[in-house]
Each structure stands twice: as structure tokens, then as C-alpha cells.
Design a protein around this ligand. Structure first.
Ligand SMILES: [Zn+2]
Length: 696
């Protein structure tokens, strides 16, 4: 006890000595206590992390050393608020690692990573801490806890148990052994995917074999060949090379070679993953079993909105079965088009589909992104996106010009509720630069919380890569970019409107299969004429966007929707089939996959080809028994948006209910329940079918 107190005081002394000059450790003097980006330098991070981790450990030690009976407050709440400095420093550091990085930050990240792992093990393997959590958990029903407190307690308890805390010493040893073996096997899986991808090159030396490839694809091919010291043109299995080649190459035999290389690259040979897939599945079954679950899917789904295998299986079939006839019709339509245009076979093989569907799209549904751009001036879009939030939720955005920012492109807004109350600081960072990674995302520098009766409102940011304005043209964005903007803004609203108290449960702190609802629902407005007409005007002439263009946008969105949906559902289904196994199959991986998918196929199966050996999402990423989440989120948002469609896309009764029931709640309550509170029923797959035009 004494020892711990001593350690804590040393920590405080350490912190005080570097607090003087470290803006990550001092109280911010900026408005609302915003991050002091004007003062933060690279050299501040490491000492701030060191001090933050020391403080966090001292917080945990203090919880364990507490002589009082474990209570919700002195254990669960205390853990939730442990390591305040560490969370603040980490939020800022990792946000800037993505948005405004440099070599030195990358080096710092490498130093910090093992420190953070060590800290997280300090907590998760702390048996004394677990015993306190367990003591509180066992009397949970007598404590009179609020819903969010119950969620927090259960989350904490489960995360220990799922990490093996409740096992006997003997089983703990097995659990660690298998976990370690699993991570090494996963590593091998990824290495093989990478090596197999890099091992193949299609080298073309006869220019005639480039037939159909657009100029940019040829240039890319020539550059790749030069890099590899080859004559002519080279194409690889990396998607930016493989994808366009399959879409445009007129040479059917070369397409077949490329497709086959892609789909057999980890089957047999030097980079074989077929046995590794089975080993991963086997280890996952063992781990799930030892923790008390029948299958790995049961284990994985416990912490998601869907909760059970049965729910996910039914969900997949409720979409897959009715979509299949439409997907087969999509393939028949493409085949008919192909046959009218010189294709002489009776069926499309997988290496034909991407090529001919692309030709068909060009002929029937062409949507020229450049033609649309003049109607989407970034400034107009910003006003329209913020304006949508004002119309739906009454919130306003006032630009602040006195705020510290990490780059001159960043703008900061004070977001206020209809009654003028401050809700959040909102940072926007729209344009690409070398220090920013590609893509678009939302994150926060501080989440919303209430601590010791004081509320901390969030600092939310969205980062994008939109075309920069030039000397003679403003920034004009594509319709896709507008959709992305609305998507990220939807995540931002989830953060901005948060009304919780525990940081891990507010804002976007929800299950993986629920987190895309607030973002994806916002994309719907980008396809609503009533909304587009309110702002999409030609930046030079002021002419409103023509109705035919809007119609084209909608038609292009649903082109091959059924085919695309079946493809996604194949992946989701395959994922569930693998992770619902109780023992590894006697058949080989390729055969197992082909048997599973046979009843639902839309294109002919190809002997020896298999997706599982390269399915990194589920075998090496975070989507094991989770691939369904993509479709799940689409159903959620389609079903939720259908209420807006029914009552009006600007109906404030619906939007207020969405705000109160969904956006303000974060992950504090059961997501299936809060969804029902908003919608009046469970998410209905029919809503997505209808949205995609897949109804009879
Ligand atoms: Zn998203």
C-alpha cells in the first residue's frame, strides 16, 4: 500500500517537472480547453506518453490497493476514468499520425507501441483488478445501476473473461499458447498473401495485347515494367493494376490468365494458405471452446448488436435468397449485351464479367464524373452539409478564427444547439497533402464525458482528400466525394450530439455492426432531388443541376446492385460457415468453399480457384464472423431512412427521434433496443431490397 502511494507521488513529481514546457501535459489556454496545436512539437509526445502511462498505472494501482469493498464507483467507474492524460495524448497523437504525419512521428509510434501493449497487459492480466470487477459483477442486480452503468460493468467484466481471466491456471496456459500460435499463424497467412501477390507478373511485349486498355492503364503498365526491369508492359495482382486490366482488356485469354493467377495464388505451391486457413479455424474453435462458447462465431458475436449466430444466419438468408434471381438476371443482361457486341460464348466466365459489365455500364448508364463536378463547388457543399444538420437538428456552425490548428487548411467551428448551448468543437481538414494518408475519416481529439459532475464536450474532426482549389477554379468535388463528405459528417454528428457520461460508451463508442448507421444514413440525402436542388448549381452560370443528371446519378447507383449484393453476401456467408464450425472439415479448403457456395452461385465455379486462402478480412483482419456487418449496416440505414422517406426527408419529428434515440445514446444501451425505440421494429432486410430497386 505504502509502496504504491510512493510510486504515485514520484509520478506526480515527474509530471510536474515536465508539465512546465509540455503542452500535452498542461492545462490548455485555448478556448474550450482545445488542444494547443500551435505549441505541440514532436519532442513533446514521448515524455507525454511516458507520464501518461505512469499516471494510468498509478490509477490502476490505487483501485487495486483500495481497502474498501469493491463498488461500482471505486472500481468500474474508477477504471473508466483511469489514465486521463494517456487518453488525451493518444487521441491527439494518433489523429495527427494520420492527418499530418512525419518520419519522426512514425519513429515515435514504433517506440510507443510496445509501451502501450505493456500497459494494456498490465490491466488485462491484473488478477487483483479482475477479482474486484468480478465482485461488483456478481452483485450487479442489487446495485440499482442505470442502464449505461450496467453496460459499462458488463463490458468490463466480459473483456476480462474473454481474455481468459476466469480460467484455471492450466487452461490459462493453454489459452495463451493457442492465442500465441494463432497470431503467428495469422502472420504467416498475411505474409503468404503478400508474397503470392508480389510473385506474379503478366509481362506483355506485343502492343496488340494491350487492346482496350485506356492510356492511363498502359502508362501504368509501362512504368511497372520499367521498375521490374522488363521489356514492354507489366501488370500485377495488386488491385490498382489487376482491377483496370480485368475491366478493360479485350484479350480474353490474358484476362483468364490474370483471373486464374489471382484466384489460385495461395492455393498449393510456395505460398499455400489452404492448410493455414484450416489451422486458423482450428485454433479459433479451441479458443472459443475453452472460453465456454460452442463456436468461434458465438464468441465473436456476443459483443455485437446482432448477438447470435442464428440472427446473422437468418439475416444473410433473408437477403441472399430474394436477391439471387435478380443477380442471375443481372448476369443474363450482361451476357445478352455481350452477345450483341461480339461475345461468342454461351456463358460468361468470371474473367468475362468485369469486362463486359463495364462495357454495358458505359453504354447504358454512363455517368461522367467530370460533367457533374461544376455543380458541386466545395463551399456550396459545405454550406449544404452543415445546413442539412441545421434543418434536421437545429444545430449551427460558427467558424472560429482564433483557434490553434495543426495545419493552415484546418478550419474550426463552434457547434451550437438550437438554444445556443455549446455542443462541440468541429475541425475540418479537406485537402490532400504529403503528410496525410489517403481516404476520408472522422475521429476526435476528445470524446464527450461527464466526470466528477463536470461535462466535457467533444472535439470532433473530419479529414478528407478533396480536390484543392486552383488560381482560376474553386474546389469542385465529385458526387462520390459529396457522398463521402456526408458519410463522415454523419459519424461526426454521432460524436457532436453525444449525451452520455462514460467516455468508452459515448459518441461512436458502439458495436462494429452499429457504428455505420449514423454515417451511411446521411449518404441517402445525396440521392434526393429535393436536397440536391437546394444547393447544386453550376459554379459559373448559376444554373440548377438538370433533372436528367440527378436521374442518372440514381440509376448508376443501382446498376448491378443485385450482383454486387450477392457477392458481398457470398463473403458474409463463407465467413459464417467457416466460423460456425465445431471441428475442421475433412475436405480441403478449396472444396469446402466451393461446396458451401454452390447453391448460391451466379457465375460458373472454376476448378482449383478459391477465395478463402486470400480472405484477409476474416483470417487476418478484424472481420472474423463480422463480414456480415457491411450488409447489416446497409439494412439498418435503409430501414431507418425509409421512415424519412415516408414522413419527409426534412421531417423534424423523425430527425429529433433519430437524435434522441440513436445519436445521443452512443453505446450506453443495447443497440437492438435503441434501434427499436427509433424505428418501432427490428431492422427489416426488405427496406434494403426496396432501396436497391430489387422488388417484384
Ligand atoms: Zn464509416
Amino acid at each position: 500500500m505504502k509502496k504504491i502511494l510512493l510510486a504515485a507521488s514520484v509520478v506526480l513529481a515527474l509530471m510536474n517537472s515536465c508539465k512546465m514546457e509540455n503542452p500535452l501535459l498542461t492545462e490548455s489556454s485555448a478556448p474550450y480547453g482545445a488542444p494547443q496545436f500551435d505549441k505541440i512539437r514532436n519532442e513533446h509526445y514521448l515524455p507525454a506518453f511516458e507520464a501518461g502511462i505512469a499516471e494510468a498505472k498509478a490509477d490502476i494501482d490505487a483501485i487495486v490497493a483500495n481497502q474498501d469493498e469493491p463498488t461500482f464507483e471505486n472500481t468500474i467507474e474508477a477504471m473508466e476514468f483511469a489514465g486521463q492524460t494517456l487518453s488525451k495524448v493518444a487521441s491527439i497523437f494518433y489523429a495527427l499520425m494520420e492527418a499530418n504525419t512525419n518520419d519522426e512521428m512514425q519513429e515515435i509510434a514504433e517506440k510507443i507501441s510496445p509501451m502501450l501493449t505493456e500497459y494494456s497487459m498490465y490491466v488485462s492480466l491484473n488478477n487483483d483488478l479482475f477479482q474486484r470487477v468480478k465482485a461488483v459483477y456478481e452483485k450487479r442486480n442489487e446495485l440499482g445501476l442505470d442502464k449505461d452503468q450496467m453496460t459499462l460493468l458488463e463490458d468490463n467484466y466480459k473483456s476480462f473473461v474473454r481474455g481468459g481471466a476466469n480460467l484455471s491456471d492450466e487452461d490459462k496456459a493453454l489459452y495463451s499458447k493457442w492465442s500465441e500460435e494463432l497470431s503467428l499463424t495469422i502472420l504467416q497467412f498475411s505474409k503468404n498473401v503478400l508474397a503470392a501477390t508480389n510473385a506474379y507478373t503478366l509481362n506483355i511485349t506485343d502492343e496488340a495485347d494491350l487492346d482496350g486498355l485506356p492510356e492511363y492503364v498502359r502508362t501504368m503498365g509501362a512504368e511497372t515494367a520499367a521498375e521490374k526491369g522488363l521489356e514492354g508492359w507489366a501488370f500485377t495482382l495488386d488491385y490498382p493494376s489487376f482491377g483496370p486490366f480485368m475491366k478493360y482488356s479485350k484479350n480474353r485469354e490474358l484476362r483468364r490468365q490474370m483471373w486464374t493467377a489471382y484466384n489460385t495464388k495461395e492455393v498449393g505451391g510456395e505460398f499455400d494458405n489452404t492448410e493455414i486457413v484450416k489451422k486458423i479455424v482450428d485454433l479459433r474453435i479451441r479458443i472459443a471452446n475453452i472460453l465456454g462458447y460452442e463456436t468461434y462465431a458465438d464468441y465473436a458475436l456476443e459483443t455485437r448488436m446482432a448477438k447470435s449466430r442464428k440472427t446473422v444466419d437468418e439475416f444473410i438468408m433473408q437477403l441472399l435468397e430474394p436477391t439471387l434471381p435478380f443477380a442471375r438476371k443481372d448476369v443474363a443482361d450482361v451476357l445478352a449485351y455481350a452477345r450483341q457486341n461480339g461475345f461468342e460464348e454461351n456463358k460468361l466466365m468470371p474473367w468475362d464479367f468485369s469486362y463486359w459489365s463495364e462495357r454495358y455500364q458505359e453504354a447504358e448508364y454512363s455517368l461522367n464524373a467530370e460533367e457533374l463536378k461544376p455543380y458541386f463547388k466545395l463551399e456550396d457543399c459545405i454550406d449544404a452539409v452543415f445546413g442539412l444538420a441545421t434543418r434536421l437538428y437545429g444545430i449551427t456552425f460558427e467558424e472560429l478564427d482564433n483557434m490553434p490548428v495543426y495545419h493552415e487548411d484546418v478550419k474550426v467551428y463552434d457547434v451550437k444547439d438550437a438554444d445556443g448551448t455549446h455542443l462541440a468543437l468541429f475541425y475540418t481538414d479537406y485537402f490532400p497533402r504529403a503528410s496525410k494518408r489517403g481516404g476520408a475519416w472522422m475521429t476526435d481529439f476528445r470524446g464527450q464525458s461527464i466526470r466528477d459532475g463536470v461535462e466535457y464536450r467533444p472535439f470532433v474532426t473530419i479529414v478528407c482528400n478533396f480536390t484543392k482549389p486552383t488560381a482560376d477554379a474553386p474546389s469542385l468535388i465529385t458526387h462520390d466525394e459529396l457522398t463521402t463528405f456526408l458519410h463522415e459528417f454523419g459519424h461526426a454528428l454521432h460524436g457532436i450530439l453525444a449525451q452520455g457520461r462514460y467516455p468508452s460508451l459515448t459518441g461512436t463508442g458502439v458495436s462494429r455492426d452499429f457504428v455505420e448507421l449514423p454515417s451511411q444514413i446521411m449518404e441517402n440525402w445525396a440521392f434526393e432531388p429535393e436536397y440536391l436542388n437546394s444547393f447544386a448549381k453550376h459554379y459559373q452560370t448559376g444554373e440548377a443541376i438538370p433533372a436528367e443528371l440527378i436521374e442518372k446519378i440514381v440509376a448508376a447507383k443501382n446498376y448491378l446492385a443485385a450482383y454486387g449484393q450477392v457477392r458481398q453476401l457470398h463473403f458474409a456467408y463463407l465467413d459464417m460457415v467457416w466460423h460456425s464450425l465445431k471441428e475442421i472439415p475433412a475436405t480441403g479448403t478449396v472444396e469446402f468453399e466451393q461446396n458451401a457456395l454452390a447453391p448460391y452461385s451466379v457465375l460458373p465455379a472454376v476448378e482449383g480457384a478459391s477465395f478463402s486462402p486470400s480472405f484477409s478480412h476474416i483470417f487476418a483482419g478484424g472481420y472474423s464472423a463480422g463480414y456480415y456487418s457491411y450488409k447489416w449496416a446497409e439494412v439498418l440505414e435503409a430501414d431507418a431512412f425509409s421512415l424519412f422517406k415516408e414522413k419527409g426527408i426534412f421531417n423534424t419529428e423523425v430527425s429529433e427521434s433519430f437524435r434522441k434515440n440513436i445519436l445521443e445514446k452512443g453505446g450506453a444501451e443495447d443497440e437492438a433496443e435503441i434501434y427499436r425505440n427509433f424505428r418501432g421494429h427490428d431492422p427489416q432486410p426488405e427496406a434494403l431490397m426496396k432501396k436497391l430497386g430489387l422488388t417484384k
